[in-house]
Design a protein around this ligand. Structure first.
Ligand code: MLC
Ligand code: AMP
Length: 492
């Protein structure tokens, strides 16, 4: 089994694969197949073999897509990293994953040189241009077969301990997800996806790339999301997908009208809760009901509202083909219809476990093989899943995950701070915003700008608190645990 081989069955050689915003064809399917073959050959000549791990921290470009495909076809484990991650964060990933090669941009080369002495560090654009010079006839490159369980990619997701964990996604997992989504969203060769998401997360990488690839459809490829640009380009596309913040921002564009959305077959939202108000406002303005779906790094996509049939506002829909979803109450039994509980999922899409954490398997999975998601929800009598909260202490800001524990560890390391609590509060643009509550040492003169400044060179900027409050003490329960619900109530 090889995801690339599987995707390739959908390729239509003469068709445009990547298209620029002004409709120029960047790569046809034949081009991308040839070029990714050359890069795979070049990586093999450099000594990379299937199972080797490769770090990729680069700005979004067409070259990253080529690299991703080259890795898939040769079995190299692709590990994308958010471009906002700084040295302090990368230090952990490098030590944990021990990649054979780091692929990065010129500007980041120095950082990695200081972090690792054992990994080769290559500049993406140089790698691609050297590979292009190989001029090896494309048919010389054979596609390898692997076990379906072989790792295709590893994506870091943080945890309640504050330490990130590498979720290993196999070729089988990614194939299963591309197939179930093709079916659920009726994807076809005629589709044109307007792609504006970053490609270092599940959403933009696996949903946004694998689905068009599996179906030979085209992608209008933008380096980043801009509501104005998106609304202008919508008439050239048939599908748009994004996090709820994208839809909130698009709603403020005057050019977003029923007419500008005429060619769109489906708008898809995920990665964070879509407010019912956004769903309704969008329908009023465009005539379209956004299809909300539910996924996560460890599982890919699990559920989606249907294309045909009722799309329930506030619900993330029905289980995708081949995915089982259930809820488990606090007392440990499987929830009845409507009864809230922790969401558990099982299917070919679900990962096998975290990198180097086999000992936690029994905590992460149930005895009968369901993954415990840490999300709280209820399933109604018609099988629709409603997410109602999270068991895990997690903030999702503009579709990006921030784990409070990680920030609390950073803040508490400052000598001016006695203790801290980080919480999420509603935000009109990002859905949730990061807020820090600080108990400062008595003699310290710490204020918000000083704190932010100190955090700036330690953590990615999207994690930096948007608000900071100073308290004399934190509310605690009788067990000594900080009562974040009280803080949330007080500050909202
Ligand atoms: C950027 N900033 C954010 C932020 N994004 N702050 C909080 N939350 C965010 N999401 C900060 C930057 O650090 C910077 O701060 C300032 O905002 C401006 O940066 P920018 O890059 O110009 O921002 P912008 O382009 O407006 O980006 C916002 C965004 C982007 C919403 C377009 O964050 C985005 O594309 N989010 C999508 C993330 C995603 O792909 N999630 C999928 C995860 S997969 P400063 O201080 O430096 O100025 C997953 C599974 C699933 O969850 O189910 O899909
Ligand atoms: P990540 O770890 O980045 O993959 O984020 C996964 C988490 O995002 C899930 O566990 C959910 O908490 C959340 N999520 C994804 N899709 C949705 C959605 N449609 N509504 C609410 N939360 C979502």
């Amino acid at each position: 089994m090889n995801l690339y081989k599987n995707l390739k069955e959908g390729f239509v050689d003469s068709k445009p694969f990547l298209v620029s915003p002004n409709s120029e064809v960047i790569y046809s399917y034949a081009d991308i197949d040839h070029l990714s073959g050359l890069v795979a050959t070049h990586l093999a000549e450099r000594g990379l073999v299937s199972g080797d791990r490769i770090f990729v921290q680069v700005e979004k470009s067409v070259n990253v897509v080529v690299l991703y495909l080259a890795c898939l076809r040769s079995g190299i484990v692709y590990i994308p990293l958010n471009t906002q991650y700084l040295k302090h964060e990368l230090e952990f990933f490098t030590a944990d994953a021990r990649p054979k090669i780091v692929i990065t941009d010129k500007e980041r080369k120095n950082t990695f040189e200081r972090l690792t002495k054992t990994s080769d560090i290559l500049i993406l654009d140089e790698l691609i241009s050297i590979s292009e010079k190989l001029k090896i006839p494309e048919l010389n490159y054979e596609l390898d077969e692997f076990s379906g369980d072989a790792a295709a990619a590893m994506l870091y997701t943080s945890g309640t301990t504050g330490k990130p964990k590498g979720a290993i996604l196999s070729h089988k997992n990614l194939i299963a997800n591309a197939q179930s989504l093709t079916h659920a969203w009726n994807w076809s060769q005629d589709d044109v996806l307007l792609h504006t998401l970053p490609i270092f997360h599940v959403h933009g990488l696996f949903v946004g790339l694998n689905l068009p690839l599996a179906n030979g459809s085209s992608i209008i490829y933008l380096d980043k999301f801009s509501s104005q640009q998106v609304v202008n380009i919508l008439p050239k596309a048939t599908v748009f997908m994004g996090v709820p913040t994208y839809y909130v921002r698009m709603l403020s564009e005057r050019a977003l009208t029923k007419d500008s959305c005429k060619s769109i077959r489906v708008f898809i939202s995920g990665s964070a809760p879509l407010q019912e108000q956004t769903f309704r406002d969008f329908k009023k303005k465009t005539g379209h009901e956004i299809v909300e779906r539910y996924g996560m790094t460890e599982t890919g996509m699990n559920a989606s509202n249907p294309l045909q049939g009722l799309r329930k506002p506030g619900s993330v829909g029905l289980p995708l083909e081949g995915v089982q979803i259930r809820a488990r109450t606090d007392s440990g039994h499987i929830s009845k219809a409507g009864e809230p509980g922790e969401i558990e999922v099982k299917g070919q899409n679900v990962f096998a476990g975290y990198w180097n954490r086999e000992e936690y398997r029994s905590r992460d999975f149930t005895e009968d093989g369901f993954f415990r998601t840490g999300d709280l929800g209820r399933i109604d009598s018609e099988g629709y899943l409603f997410l109602i909260g999270r068991k895990k202490d997690l903030i999702i800001s503009g579709g990006l995950n921030v784990f409070p524990k990680e920030l609390e560890l950073v803040i508490d390391s400052f000598t001016e701070v006695k203790e801290s609590a980080v919480i999420g509060l509603p935000h009109p643009d990002f859905g949730e915003q990061v807020v820090a509550v600080i108990v400062a040492e008595e003699t310290s003169r710490l204020d918000k700008p000083m704190l932010i400044n100190k955090m700036r060179n330690k953590i990615a900027s999207f994690k930096i608190p948007k608000e900071v409050y100073f308290f004399d003490e934190l509310p605690r329960n009788t067990m000594g645990k900080v009562q974040k619900n009280i803080l949330r109530k007080k500050l909202s």
